[in-house]
Write a protein that binds this ligand. Structure first.
Ligand code: SF4
Ligand code: SF4
Length: 257
């Protein structure tokens, strides 16, 4: 059995239907300093992306308190990604390839004052050719739409990698439904203002109002000490939170529900 077969077998064990591999060297070129696969694992050759669709029924209820059904379902998906990534990393290490399971979602790292995952699995998934980033900045898969959650690992094993594909039918130039639907104007020309989106979207007792968040963003962008403090703060306090908005998700023609 080759390594890819073993990786897919592990993913199936955890009910993860989508497995793809991106070339770590190509991601090293595109990602900012501190967010490259090679920044975390010397000799990184491949990034294995795992993806799983959220259950469609969580979007059906008219009475989901603060979208908690949705929030809990994606937290469950992240746990599953983490367990699968650890299991695959352990298997590859036994085969002689140092491999690092990257926690899905949290911890977050601050870049220019805003929080990001330590590596971007949505960019890795697009690089691996299994879908495309929409103008909402959400990853869109041709079959599962825009409700996938992603995770994965970095490995020194050289695996067969995909390449980006055009996917002309996904997010055509004529569509701007998500931009128009965003109540705070956080989306523009395929980019997201994370601070604006977070203020409207995240429900958490410790999340300050927008003007204070803007000041924190400015300070974190200037001071590595404040960035580091914010990283500890988000990692320890933001494991659980509520969601108050998913308008850009729901208006998208690729929302499969
Ligand atoms: S709503 Fe339209 S523009 Fe926005 S991500 Fe979906 S397809 Fe792309
Ligand atoms: S989640 Fe809401 S606030 Fe954030 S970008 Fe989408 S529509 Fe805008």
């Amino acid at each position: 059995m080759n390594y890819m077969d073993k990786i897919i077998e592990k993913a199936v064990e955890f009910d993860i239907p989508v497995v793809a591999v991106a070339d770590a060297k190509r991601l090293n070129i595109g990602a900012p300093d501190g967010f490259r696969p090679g920044d975390y694992l010397p000799g990184a050759r491949s990034v294995i992306v795992l993806a799983r669709q959220l259950p469609k029924s969580i979007f059906v209820s008219e009475n989901d308190p603060h979208y908690m059904f949705y929030t809990r379902a994606f937290a469950d998906n992240y746990r599953r990604m983490n367990d699968t990534a650890c299991s695959i990393a352990t298997m590859l290490e036994h085969e002689g390839f140092p491999s690092l399971a990257v926690p899905a979602y949290n911890p977050l790292k601050f870049h220019r004052g805003e929080p990001h995952g330590v590596i971007s699995f949505k960019h890795a998934a697009a690089e691996a050719g299994i879908g495309k980033l929409g103008k909402s900045t959400i990853f869109i898969h041709p079959e599962y739409g825009n409700i996938l959650r992603l995770g994965g690992l970095i490995t020194t094993a050289e695996l067969p990698t995909g390449r980006p594909k055009e996917y002309k039918k996904i997010c055509p130039p004529s569509c701007d439904l998500c931009e128009k639907a965003c109540p705070v104007g956080a989306l523009k020309n395929g980019e997201i203002n994370i601070t604006k989106c977070m203020t409207n979207c995240i429900g958490h007792t410790l999340l300050p109002p927008y003007p204070i968040q803007l000041s924190l963003k400015w300070m974190a962008g200037k001071s590595s000490w404040i960035s580091s403090f914010m990283e500890y703060f988000t990692t320890s306090m933001f494991e659980n939170y509520g969601i108050r908005c998913m308008k850009c998700l729901q208006v998208c023609p690729h929302f499969p529900c």
